[in-house]
Design a binder for this molecule. Sequence first.
Ligand code: GLN
Length: 502
Amino acid sequence: MSELITKSACELAGLIESKEISSVEATEAFFDRSESLNHLTLSYLHLNRESALAAAQAADSDLAAGKRHSALHGVPIAVKDNLTTTDAPTTAGSKILEGWVPQYDSTVVKRIRAAGLPILGKTNMDEFAMGSSTEYSAYGPSRNPWDLDRIPGGSGGGSSSAVSGHLAPLAVGSDTGGSIRFPAAVTGSVGAKPTYGAVSRYGLIALASSLDQVGPVTNTVLDAALLQDVIAGYDPHDSTSLPDSLGSMAEAVKTAQFKGLKVGVVKQLSSDGFQAGVKKCFDDTIAKLTAEGVEVVEVDCPSFEYSVAAYYLILPAEASSNLARFDSVRFGLRVAPEGNPTIERVMAATREAGFGPEVKRRIILGTYALSSGYYDAYYGSAQKVRTLIQQDLEKAFSQVDVLLTPTAPTTAFKIGEKVNDPLAMYLNDIATIPANLAGIPGMSVPNGLAEEDGLPSGVQILAPAREDARMYQVASLIEALYVAQWGAPLIAQAPGLEANRG
Ligand code: GLN
């Protein structure tokens, strides 16, 4: 195994800057590994060696000419397959977009290219980002590098398995209800959902527009902070984009301190329904924070009880409207129906063949929830619950700086275990959904291995809207506690994928 592939993105950037290695060498190291191991993890749907190497060469020659475009200049990255790219297909994990090559780059991809990061490829995901395991990808499930029989989380399981399996040093994902944070938790990586509007959604294939947000998936907190600094910023193409900057996350991490910190533990997310080993890891971290002098109090968020129910009305409602654009005319697949090919019949045949069962389930649910007779009863009530959740959080943040919860109720489950039980699948996001409903930033950091199965668990940090810097600071403090105990970040303990090579 090349030594390069286990380095953090920050370390790689340093080696490239000092010209000890080139961007081409770093990019090739990750390609060699990805090409030999991607059949095990299915992290990537498309690998793009040619254009990544061209970008790496450009990064090297710019550096030679004294132009370093960002703190991550030259470090290769993987991109979730729902962000448009002009040099690779963008399928969002769906058959309906198979082979579709977009005419424009998403703003996030443009920023990544402008910052000098070569794009290795596009990562696997649940179809249109609906799911928690990648089992709803039309191209087959990704697998968890810790145990190939288990899920790497979803919907961004391609990105989390790529980063935790060292098939990429960095990745970007999207998070509508937990699709960055849940995969990070179950693969022992770091995943952050910034404040709604901090990162442009232009060119992100929309799932639920009022909830979607793009963010980093990495092996360390500093890497995530550096990547958020690259992708965040105002974009006139996105009307929900925040007009002003939230500052540098990487700078904020440098000044993190335990002193004066006040942390809240959400009553509704700290007792029932969590796997014993996950709960123990969480309690241990709280005890360590207390030992460092951090004040810990319990906060009450009674409306959190209804967050999953509200989310599964708001999300399908918005998704059913967003997915109406896949009409057999504008993008991708077109299927000829039997008999007379009227536009309605072509559309119906295309959508029948192109969408998978989970996508159809949510379109039907969303269309029903928005129908005139039921709009108030379902969508209207869900929006009221959303306001109550925001009020719970406002009250909580008037008492504490950040909230902590376990990121996920369990460690990685087995492939096949929940795929036929949508409700069980939906409940994985019980702790992550409130952040999307309220638009606040949330982040998952590795929090040790659960004692019953030896698999990674995560701790989630929630901060008030626009206080992403505070979230990163607390994340770096928790990471430091872990490193102090174990001598290295959790990811260093991941079993090598080579051992699993079949
Ligand atoms: N698991 C959630 C869902 O299926 C989260 C999706 C996401 O964040 N994209 O909706």
